[in-house]
Design a protein around this ligand. Sequence first.
Ligand code: RIB
Length: 306
Amino acid sequence: MDIAVIGSNMVDLIAYINEMPKLGETLEAPDFKMGCGGKGANQAIAAAKLGSSVMMVSKVGDDIFAENTVRNFQHYGVNTDFVKKVTNVSSGVAPIFVDKSSQNRILIVKGANNHLKPADIDQAEVRLKNCKLFILQLEIPLETVYYAIDFANRHQIPVILNPAPASPDLDIQYACKCDFFMPNETELEILTGMPVQTMEQIQQAANSLLAKGLKNLIVTLGEKGSVWLHGNEITHIAPHKVNAVDTSGAGDAFIGCFAHYYIATQDVEKAMQMASLYSAYSVTGLGTQSSYPNKTEFEQFQQSVK
Ligand code: RIB
């Protein structure tokens, strides 16, 4: 396998809203979309749609959503041998609100994702130790994330850690054991307690995090592009201007695509450029995974923006 994603899956319940209701108020929203999501699953599907071989280590609940989630992984060729069911628990769900400017606000109910434990990594050991890259996020217990990082280090497998959603409890020493640490600007703000309104502020916040000993810090900045810091070097990848309708899952599209091209080329800048384009495409469609292009669609998009 190229990639192992040890992480979450959720059912996205997306309401397209004109405005957020006030306390006690009921408002009508013009549209709704349900789809497969979850940061881990989104990243796995993005890489798989581009042609990577991907395995998922994840937990689903004991409800009507579980089977559909597993079927969805399988439909895109993601290996589900280690996607296990937990009884008497709901699957993860994510009510999402997307406003008229395409920006999203997300709530997550982790459900079964909270039951992904270090023992689940042990069960998948034989398969995991032959993977070329791990991708981790923070929608599963931190102890499992740490265990996966130590496992990867023991087997010299590179790790991407996406600290999403940002957790003040994250032990930065574990982030330093990863090859890539990839927050978005909101997560950077929460992790550092520093403002991130301007590029200069973003750089200052990023540098303060890098100084803790990270190997490579890549910050995704939405319509400002992305930035890679390592050692004393900083590389800014410019954004692609598109007509955005829904930004949900764009960061996950970036990470899944980055992983795919990084494995293929070992070229960080090239992988970021491709990921930037891929996430730009994703915001032009509704939903999370449903807005990710497959290899052919992505190649056509690359031609169109040349
Ligand atoms: O990053 C977007 C994802 O965050 C959504 O798919 C939702 O499920 C939450 O996990």
